[in-house]
Design a protein around this ligand. Structure first.
Ligand code: ASP
Length: 652
């Protein structure tokens, strides 16, 4: 179905030809996905006989009717017509008798919509265009109809024309005409279709829609609130269908899935949207391995074949190892540069801040080795790395050049004893021109800092031409054995769920729940792809008493808010578990799009605004009356501040 994309490109010559060709060629490879099934009928029920992209020499002599947008016109003789399937050349008749057809086709502005009828003819010798899939033929037009004229556009509908994202979002319906957006949305649709097939047809899942008007419940992300006509009562938009899917298991549905819309009022973050889509799944009588195998099969089945095979089972890594070696719970395992604990080597150090750190109970010294760092990193890079550590972690980071000291002095070089130096070389397998970055501090904090620097250094090296992460590689990883609870950031004495409050404890740690809850591991698993969390789930607590204990005693939540769930667990709830895949993020990685907004038809801006319709918008006070709410208007100073954040000014 996507072959038109590759054809389109081959017919065009642009300054950004290389980039465009990359898009085209990957688009054309995706053909394989659609060619695995029956070829769809693309011209049924509509006012055309064929699509622009499908005509070939085999159609010679056929009378066709095409509908599309005027992409290009040359010397009032040729016109290139485009639809979702490709491009075709139309010959504008020049004879007197067809003056009205000529007038329509020559006067219609670019991007006007026309219908043309005529005969498929062979292009004259020497005029064939091998770069265009329809390049052997052209349409000798007999009749033409202007279906709708196009006004002057805010930007040209050509992928290589640069436009700001704010402008693209403001005119999203035009942006959707681009090759890239068409490709992203069509591939998304194909993958979702394959997922539905796999879940419903191959594994007996039931697609159930759950409410989006729900109520505020404890735990998890901040919810959007919807006023109701009852004074002081509000709905909430669910952050996920979590409770409903568990209740469906109590209801005996056995295997549920939904392409579910979720809402989280989390403010602006680069890879998040206030509303997003999950492939939400729940199963009864399943364990962790069962859910993981299902997801591996699902991704293998729905994966576009031009993106390389998905090798299963995916590797698995305990959370503690992910943190220790990569400084994050979503490690990018496409490259090494792992964090190494070098505390033992520095027990007798003379370096003050290392001594300080090691004298504390959780104190550690950590290092990463940047291969060829001395060759590729500049002095200013090292400075900005150290500044980042100081600004964000209040930590020191020291660069050490073990073999080539170059001109960048390491502030600690003279304090590193020979045996420490050789120990580091051995442990980190350091070679000529490598740089070691070293920090000290509490284990989790030091790992987290090193994890960030690892990624930062990878970006820097790649910007200098080193290939660290193969862009064609998809590296899946299960992260498992998470702690069930984590100390709250704002008050570390209190605990919060690492996943959500319905996650079951690890069977071997249940006894600790009542004595040392912070030590309990959970049956929570996350799926990571190339350093991005693309899914997460857990085996659930199906025992009402245990759920009550976790909510009330450990998490100190108001259990009344969840009485419906606690009650349901008492009425013969089967053991169950599930997972949700973040569809937008997954598609972003599959398509290689720079942002999740590029795989969503109508996304919100970075600040959560719809730049096309200007949502959220104000409502007159009289329309707020039925909801018994009143706006408490901000002061002048606040207005000033928020207007400087106005979407059109700052959202690009
Ligand atoms: N509802 C969870 C989430 O959105 C996923 C799950 O536990 O199934 O993260």
């Amino acid at each position: 179905m996507f072959c038109w994309l590759s054809r389109l490109c081959r017919g065009l010559s642009t300054p950004t030809r290389r980039t465009t060709q990359l898009i085209w060629s990957s688009a054309s490879r995706s053909l394989v996905l659609s060619s695995q099934r029956k070829i769809p009928e693309l011209s049924s029920f509509v006012a055309r006989t064929n699509t622009c992209g499908e005509l070939r020499s085999s159609h010679l002599g056929q009378e066709v009717t095409l509908c599309g947008w005027i992409q290009f016109r040359r010397q009032n003789i040729f016109l290139v017509l485009r639809d979702f399937h490709g491009l075709v050349q139309v010959v504008i008749p020049q004879d007197e008798s067809a003056a009205s057809v000529k007038k329509i086709l020559c006067e219609a502005p670019m991007e006007s919509v026309v219908q043309v009828s005529g005969t498929v003819i062979s292009r004259p010798p020497g005029q064939k265009n091998p770069k265009m899939p329809t390049g052997e033929i052209e349409i000798k037009v007999k009749t033409a109809k202007l279906l709708n004229s196009c006004k002057k556009l805010p930007f040209e509908i050509k992928d290589f024309i640069k436009k700001t994202e704010a402008l693209r979002l403001q005119y999203r319906y035009l942006d959707l005409r681009s090759v890239q957006m068409q490709y992203n949305l069509r591939l998304r649709s194909q993958m979702v279709m394959k997922m539905r097939e796999y879940l419903c047809n191959l594994h007996g899942f039931v697609d159930v829609e759950t409410p989006t008007l729900f109520k505020r419940t404890p735990g998890g992300a901040k919810e959007f609130v919807i006023p109701s006509r009852e004074p002081g009562k509000f709905y909430s938009l669910p952050q996920s269908p979590q409770q409903f899917k568990q209740l469906l298991m109590v209801g005996g549905l056995d295997r549920y899935f939904q392409v579910a819309r979720c809402y989280r009022d989390e403010g602006s973050r680069p890879d998040r949207q206030p509303e997003f889509t999950q492939i939400d799944i729940e199963m009864s009588f399943v364990d962790q391995t069962g859910v993981q195998s299902l997801i591996e099969g699902l991704l293998q089945y729905s994966w576009p074949s031009d993106k390389g095979p998905v090798v299963v089972p995916f590797p698995s890594m305990p959370f503690a190892e992910a943190l220790a070696s990569y400084g994050t719970d979503k490690p990018d395992t496409r490259f090494g540069m792992k964090i190494v604990d070098i505390s033992d080597m520095f027990r007798n150090t003379e370096v003050g801040f290392l001594q300080d750190a090691l004298s504390k109970p959780q104190g550690t010294v950590k290092a990463i080795c940047i291969r060829k760092g001395a060759k590729y990193l500049k002095r200013k890079d090292i400075e900005s790395i150290r500044k980042f550590a100081a600004d964000h972690f209040n930590e020191e980071v020291l660069p050490i050049f073990l073999k080539t000291n170059e001109n960048w002095n390491s502030p600690v070089a003279k304090f590193i004893m020979e045996e420490q130096g050789s120990g580091l070389v051995k442990l980190l397998e350091t070679q000529e021109e490598d740089v070691v970055l070293l920090t000290a501090g509490e284990h989790k904090r030091a790992c987290s800092l090193m994890g960030k620097l690892r990624l930062e250094c990878a970006d820097l090296l790649e910007a200098r031409g080193v290939v660290l992460r193969d862009p064609a590689l998809f590296s899946f990883l299960w992260v498992v054995d998470f702690p069930l609870f984590l100390p709250k950031e704002e008050n570390p004495q209190e605990l919060e769920s690492a996943h959500h409050p319905f996650t079951a404890p690890h069977p071997s740690d249940i006894h600790l729940l009542y004595t040392e809850p912070h030590k309990v591991r959970s049956q929570h698993y996350d799926l990571v792809l190339n350093g991005n969390e693309i899914g997460g789930g857990s085996i659930r607590i199906h025992n009402s008493e245990l759920q009550h204990y976790v909510l009330a005693t450990v998490l100190k939540e108001d259990v009344k808010l969840l009485s419906h769930l606690l009650q349901a667990l008492d009425y013969g709830a089967p053991p169950h578990g599930g997972i949700a895949l973040g569809l937008d993020r997954l598609m972003c990685l599959v398509t290689g799009a720079p942002s999740i907004r590029d795989v969503i038809a109508f996304p919100k801006s970075f600040r959560g605004h719809d730049l096309m319709s200007n949502a959220p918008d104000s409502i007159p006070p009289e329309e707020l009356k039925p909801y018994h709410i009143q706006v408490s208007w901000p002061t002048d100073a606040e207005t000033e501040k928020s207007s400087s954040n106005h979407p059109c000014r700052s959202e690009s």
